[in-house]
Design a protein around this ligand. Sequence first.
Ligand SMILES: [Zn+2]
Length: 87
Amino acid sequence: MTFKYNKIDAMCSWCKRIANPHPSFANETIPTKTIRTAKGRKLELCFSCYEVEQDKAKLKNIEFEISLDQKFENMKILGLNGTKNLN
Ligand SMILES: [Zn+2]
């Protein structure tokens, strides 16, 4: 489970952040991890979103990759995809 640092086009699929939130690395892009969901969607998540989603999957007692699909589909239904502050 590794995160990519300073990837040029890095953007979190959930919170849409592109800049590293750490003040010491403010001139770098956000560290992200690329994940393939159960339905084959490709998502890129930052540290905080990744951890939040892992906790949610654990609470729901389902696979992480399935939980991501559920969130993606809920966002689509609500028309929230592409907006900020989803949590
Ligand atoms: Zn994020």
